[in-house]
Design a protein around this ligand. Structure first.
Ligand code: HAM
Length: 412
């Protein structure tokens, strides 16, 4: 768990605001689920997933309720849907921290942020295309160029179940030649054996049956439409039959955005898919759902690696230096801020030299300087800090107009 300080923190705010622009422009409404829920909400993610069995921050609260910090937000959004029953299609977006007790490393944290969307109540494969395309568009807006979109379909629940049986048989036949870890995974979640990166497992993973052999006609047709929709939007993708994702609720379309610059274990910048069935599991009516979540921490690392989406400049416009006691700084600062000009000042009546140092450090475009002589004469000194131009004395009453034209010039 980390502190995020400026200037990096400014980047986080900008990140969320770009995301909001993209998804609100497509009709998604902002939801804020709680950070903590009844544990039962999250066990629906899948009793056989590491997220539930090993990584949950769960505890008993003072009322003896078994609760957990959210490891993701899809289950919470579905729980909110069941509770409030908004009209469908319900298109929601969210942003905020999640908690997983994982082994920390570059790109993997115990508290990490996601932005994401979920749509409930629509079975149309063109919605799958819309959702995937919005994530793609967001990465494009950040300036990332090395993102690879990988897609797969896990088919209908019955297709998936038959596939799991086939994988079970395939890997069981490998016997002791399979790694200990994969043999353990096989007993809990055969699909996850496909994720093994261990060399001893590689030949068995390579020769494993693929999910497409198990798709029903309906599942194959759904996935065909998704692919043709992506082609129509000219979004490049890679078919990855081994993409099973880490959570149990997926059916039909699953996808991941992989970063080109991160270690392969942490290169998933974001992912999602259909989860028809989750709302029902949480006590609601049968309701199809689809969405994705994008990891903020990881995506920003990818931005660093590609040299895009730098921290925005959050410097103030004006810095007020007052060597006449501070009352003039109080009044001028208030006047400028009220006029919409971002303004900072120094305190404690320090020397001119110390205050000018503060002014330069602030990154302000202009310093407004008031001394006893200026006060008596009803003037102020205005000094450009970034451009190196001449300082000027102007009437106190003209300050606002003068600053407005200087700042406009500086930004044009
Ligand atoms: P997920 O694949 O578990 O999916 O997480 C999505 C993204 O969150 C990952 O691709 C990654 O960027 C980021 N992430 C996950 N764990 C960590 C971590 N420990 N440290 C840093 N980043 C991390 C979900 O959470 C699903 N709820 C996505 C979804 C939405 N499916 C349907 N709707």
């Amino acid at each position: 768990m980390r502190d995020i300080l400026a200037p990096e923190s400014g980047r986080w705010r900008a990140f969320t605001s770009v995301f909001a622009d993209v998804v609100e422009g497509a009709g998604y409404e902002f939801v804020i689920p709680p950070l903590m829920e009844d544990l039962g909400v999250f066990t629906r993610i899948g009793e056989a997933t590491d997220v539930v069995t090993k990584e949950m921050y769960d505890f008993f609260d003072k009322g003896d309720r078994h609760v957990a910090l959210r490891p993701e937000q899809t289950a919470s959004v579905c729980r909110a849907f069941v509770q409030h029953r908004p009209l469908v299609p319900w298109k929601a977006w969210y942003s905020g921290p999640n908690f997983r007790y994982e082994k920390p490393q570059r790109g993997r944290f115990r508290q990490f942020d996601q932005v994401g969307i979920e749509v409930l109540g629509v079975d149309d494969p063109y919605l799958d295309v819309e959702v995937i395309a919005l994530g793609w568009e967001f990465y494009r807006r950040l300036g990332l160029r090395q993102v690879e979109l990988r897609i797969n379909s896990l088919g209908e629940p019955e297709d998936r179940a038959r596939y799991v049986d086939a994988l079970q048989a395939h890997f069981a036949a490998a016997g002791d030649d399979l790694s200990d870890q994969s043999r353990d995974t096989l007993t809990k979640n055969p699909l996850r054996v496909l994720d093994s990166k261990r060399a001893v497992d590689a030949p068995f993973v390579a020769s494993a049956p693929t999910i497409d052999q198990f798709w029903s006609d309906g599942a194959a047709a759904h996935f065909d439409t998704v692919q043709s929709g992506l082609r129509a939007l000219e979004i490049p993708f890679v078919l990855d039959m081994k993409l099973v994702r880490g959570l149990d609720y997926y059916r039909h379309t699953t996808f991941e955005y992989a970063g080109g610059t991160l270690d392969s274990a942490q290169n998933a910048l974001g992912g999602g898919g259909r989860y028809d069935g989750l709302v029902e599991d949480l006590g609601g009516p049968a309701t199809p759902g689809i969405g994705f979540a994008l990891g903020v921490d990881r995506t920003l690392l990818a931005c660093d690696d590609e040299g895009v989406f730098p921290a925005p400049d959050r410097s103030v416009d004006v810095f007020v230096v007052d060597t006449a006691g501070g009352a003039a700084a109080l009044a001028i600062t208030a006047e400028l801020r009220a006029a919409g000009i971002s303004t900072d000042r120094s305190y404690e009546n320090r020397s001119m030299k110390a205050q000018m140092k503060g002014a330069n450090r602030s990154g302000a475009t202009v310093a407004v300087i008031v001394g006893t002589d200026e006060l008596d004469a009803g003037i102020v000194t205005v000094k450009p800090l970034r451009t190196g131009g001449q300082q000027a004395s102007i009437a106190r009453a003209d300050l606002l107009t003068d600053l407005r034209s200087r700042l406009q010039e500086a930004t044009s």
